[in-house]
Each structure stands twice: as C-alpha cells, then as structure tokens.
Design a protein around this ligand. Sequence first.
Ligand code: HEC
Length: 476
Amino acid sequence: MKQLYTQHCAECHGAERLGGMGPALLPGNLGRLKMEEARQVIAEGRPATQMPGFAQQLSAEEITLLADLAFTAPEEMPDWTLEDMRASQLVPHPAGSLPDKPAFEADMMNLFIVVELGDNHATLLDGDRFEPIHRFATRFALHGGPKYSADGRYVYFASRDGWISKFDIYNLKTVAEIRAGINTRNLAVSPDGRYVLVGNYLPHSLVILDGRNLDPLQVIPVRDEEGNSSRVSAVYTAPPRNSFIAALKDLTEVWEIQYPQATDSGTPEFSLRRIRLDDYLDDFFFDPEYRHLMGAARNAKNGQVVDLDAGRKVDDLDLDGMPHLGSGITFEYEGRRVLATPHLKKSEVSVIDLTTWKTIRRIETLGPGFFMRSHENSPYAWVDVFFGPHKDAMHVIDKRSLEIIKTLRPEPGRTAAHVEFTRDGSHALVSLWEMDGALMVFDAKTLEEVKRLPMRKPSGKYNVWNKTRYSEGTSH
Ligand code: HEC
C-alpha cells in the first residue's frame, strides 16, 4: 500500500502525506469527506483541479486501500519545526514594497471578503454596490475565518493544511505566505497588526508570526506541566488585554499569551499564563470588555464563566446541546446586556443575561443552528438552521421581544446559512451554501431579497468595519 502511494500519490500529496501541491491526506485534514467520496475522488479525480482520476491505472481494491490509508493516522506524530516553516515561506511583496493607496475606489471600510469553499477562491465585494471587485485563488480548504488588520488594509487567511496567507486589499495581491502547521484551526491578529497567532491540531502547537512578512518568531508546544499535550481548538484576540487567548481541546486549561507593547523594542517576549479549569472548554465567547470568558465543551453538560483577571471559574452556564458560542452575539434587552447563541445539537437559541449568567429565554427553532448575526442598527438577529431537514430556513428574531418574527426560505431544499451585515446595518448578506450557490443580499428592514450573485459554495463573509470595530452583532 505504501508503495502504491509512493508511486502514484506522493508527488503531489507529500512522501509522508503531509501535503504538497495537493492537500495533506491525514484523517484530521479530510474535513467532512466520507470514505465513499474519497474512493470516488481517487477513481475519477476532481474536475477543474489538478487531482487526476486513477480508475484506468488502479484496481477497485487498490483504490480502496489508498482511501483507507488517507483515513489512517501516521504511526508517529509528525513535527513541524521553525525550520520547516522557514523553508515554506514565500514573500512575493515584502512589507513596504507596494503603494499605500488603494488601487480602486470604494468605501474601504465597507468591503467584504466572501470565502468560496467550492473551488477554493475568495471574492472581495463592494459593500455599497454589492459588486465583486476582485476574485482570487486561496489555499485549499480555508478554515476559521479570515482576520483583518485594524486599518482594514490586510486580510489574513488560515487553511486547514496550515497555510497562512496575507493579502493586501489595497493592491489586490497576496504578499506573504507560510505553512505554520500540518493541520490548523484558525489564526488571530493583534490589533496593531504586529503579531499573528496560529492554533494547530497537528502538531500540538501555537505559532507566533511577525505580522509583516509572516516570519515565524516562536513555536509554543502545547503541554500541561505533566507533559500531556493538546490540540488547540481556537485562538482569539483580546484587544483590551493586549493578549491572545487559546482554547485547548485536550487539557482543562485556558491559555493567555501576552504580547509586548508597541513601544517595547528588542526581541519580543511573549509570556504564557495558564488558567486551570475543572472541565474542558473548547469554544468561547467574551463579554465586550474581555473581562469574562464564557466557554463550553463539546461533551460537557454545562458551560462555564471564567474571570480572566482572577484566573478562575466564577459561575456555571445552563447550556447543553453544544452551544456554538464562537458565533454568539450580544445586545441590549430590557436594559441589560445579553448574549444569544445557537446550538449545534439542539433546536434552540439561548439568551443569557451577562450580569447574572442566567438563561433568560430559549427560543425554539426549526433545527440546530451554526451562525447567528445582528448589527447595532438593526432590531433583528438572524440565525440559520444549518442541520437537518430545515437547512433552507433562516429565522429572523426581533431583539425587542425575543420572538421569531419571520422565517425566510430563499431556495426551498437548499442550505441558507451564515449572515453578515453591511457596515451601516442596512443589508444582510446570506450564503446559498451550495456548489452552484449564490450570495443573497437582503434589505435588513423589509427582509426582501434585493440581489443575488452566483458563487461556488460561498461559506463565510466578513465585513471590514464590523470585524475591525468589534461590532456587537458579529463574532470576532
Ligand atoms: C498531480 C497531482 C496529484 C496527484 C498525482 C494525486 N493528487 Fe490527490 N489531489 C490533488 C489536488 C490538487 C487535490 C485537491 C483538489 C481540490 O482542489 O479539490 C487532490 C485531492 C485529493 C483528495 C481529496 C481531499 C479532500 O480533502 O477533499 C484525495 C482523497 C486524494 N487527492 C487522493 C489521492 C490519491 C490516493 C492519489 C494517488 C493515487 C492522489 N490523490 C494523487 C493532486 C494530486
């Protein structure tokens, strides 16, 4: 089997299956690909990509063996060192080498990046006219949402195979790239754009990059004090704290990584603070001041509230059914600040009072949801029904009554998901999450569709203003 692989596949997927021109073929890197689909891809190839079909050269048994191989973990956990990263780095346009003025005219703070997972592209969209400005190829299988620099000029992408790309929106060019891991979850950028933190599943590490040309600065192995290692489930930026926060999958700890102030000179020093918990927490939401972290674990019965200053748990949250806290939003309800979150395993949206930490409302939905969004200027919050027979539905909730006031079904039978508002909150953009899908633009007041742009399985869309200003209606 190994020999078959070396002969036919290694050239593109790497001798150790860690990837190369083609993606890594390791269990954690295959996403939702099923065994049957893997066999089909190997036999028939994938149209419009460089993946050839092997049905003429290989027997059905051989194809099955190779598909099995892709779903088998390697015997030794592969490492990915600073030297490996440096060898992968590409800097076609070093920092400072391109003009500081945008090459096109638009409201630069009302742009969107729309990720098109279907053919590994991204579209830069004008948020006033809803016209694409530029469409460009990304690395294979982007993961975890792109992040902007605070001035909105640069956007950073992470791919499942660990590629970090920095794209200059003003000049419409990828300016630097580096492979920071073998299987990566997401990245976070410090508000001053000086540091990028990458969280990996494989190897078990955090990687700090210099924000300018993505030079790797430091690898932090993720281990507890007994030496047990862990995957990183997500990393976040906590601007008021001058720190990054890391959620760990296999340790009952939360990590805070302090980065040096902009005024500090010399070799940057990053300090690590461990907050010990009594349970696993791998999905977070922060209150607007970044004082408290609300966390949930995939397998736990309840969520927890952690006081980040005190470094300890201060309360429990009544949240089962896998809340997707990473997509939660906050708003004012009857004079108090609340958090609303969908659940990945339960047909409801939970609303939690951010002062008492009590669940004050459970809004019943047509199925589990993935993404929830609102905007300061809109009375409505939108939540998708990502899983189950009602995946074509999109609920609109009135934030004043906490009632669903309308359920949209833009294309019956086809997935409608992931909402993001324009800078002024006047329009809501929704994905028709299908291979021959579309970006659908809704008037956020009348809830009527006003425009539709065809796209290849559009997933997330990210508004520069809402993301860089930490709008209460969107995740960060
Ligand atoms: C000429 C280069 C090339 C060769 C040779 C090649 N592949 Fe691929 N393969 C690719 C590329 C590129 C992709 C990604 C296609 C895409 O964009 O969807 C891919 C995708 C795949 C996928 C789907 C991965 C996913 O996550 O969706 C599987 C499985 C796969 N290849 C297995 C194999 C096997 C097994 C062999 C050897 C029999 C092989 N490939 C040979 C380039 C190649």
